[in-house]
Design a protein around this ligand. Structure first.
Ligand SMILES: O=C(O)CCCC[C@@H]1SC[C@@H]2NC(=O)N[C@@H]21
Length: 250
């Protein structure tokens, strides 16, 4: 195991790297229960049981980023679920920086709550899990390769001409996350929400939300509520607030 410590006036994260594990989220949940401190990141070169949202498998062969961190919630923090927005805007910022002359028609778009789309295809996934007062945030980014899927098109940075080393990418990401986390903590949800809305599909985008019970709701994106939940404007003019769903752009 390799520890990369960045402790100075500004940077306080620690990145621990392993060659292989089942799931960095599962490991980080155990570390969180054992008292691990905020700022710790665990990266695996590959995962054998990578976990996705809604119980899906996250295929985790070498070359991509698989990493998890934890946030220890404090009494005055915004709602824990809004850490999904923090992670998404930090990741979008880093991806943009890796694509400086980026000119694809679709651009980078955050899709609720925290997927990053590149030219309409999924580049990354973020999974939040809870262990007592800790929120574990797992991030997978397709750097070198991506799964082939017809119903959920995916892409990678490599497919767009740039293949960062996972360790370099994570170092930049951990720094960006730390900065946005401090804003979330010190200034509240408003600047996070504003940045997320600026980098997400525009208000009025047609979306389908597939709910955990299997039902689907079509509507137009109408913003986020104060907890970061999705607001959909339905065809009958009413609004629906959605806290958990798989969302598709239609
Ligand atoms: O389904 C999604 O979109 C979320 C995928 C999250 C994958 C990451 S990879 C690192 C961390 N460890 C896991 O087992 N899952 C997350």
């Amino acid at each position: 195991m390799d520890d990369d410590r960045r402790q100075g006036a500004v940077l306080t994260h620690i990145i621990r790297t392993v060659a292989e594990t089942g799931s960095t989220n599962a490991d980080m949940l155990m570390l969180a229960r054992g008292g691990a401190q905020e700022g710790l990141w665990l990266r695996a070169e590959r995962q054998t049981s990578g976990r996705g949202r809604q119980g899906r498998v996250w295929t985790s062969a070498e070359g991509n980023l698989y990493a998890s961190t934890l946030v220890r919630l404090r009494a005055i923090d915004p709602q824990a679920a809004t850490l999904a927005l923090v992670a998404a805007i930090a990741l979008e910022e880093v991806v943009r920086a890796y694509l400086p002359s980026f000119s694809l028609p679709g651009g980078t778009v955050i899709k609720w709550p925290n997927d990053l789309l590149l030219d309409g295809a999924k580049l990354s996934g973020i999974l939040l899990e809870r262990a007592d007062d800790a929120v574990v945030i797992g991030i997978g980014v397709n750097l070198a390769h991506h799964p082939e899927s017809l119903d959920r098109p995916a892409t990678s940075l490599a497919a767009h001409g740039v293949t960062p080393m996972p360790e370099d990418f994570l170092d930049t990401l951990a720094t960006a996350f730390e900065r946005w986390l401090a804003i979330w903590r010190n200034e509240g949800l408003a600047p996070i929400r504003a940045r997320w809305l600026d980098r997400a599909h525009p208000v009025g985008t047609a979306l389908t939300a597939r709910l955990p019970d299997g039902s689907a709701i079509d509507g137009l994106f109408a913003g986020l509520d104060s907890e970061g939940a999705l607001i959909l404007r339905l065809a009958d003019g009413t609004s629906r607030v959605i806290h958990a769903a798989d969302v598709f752009l239609i």
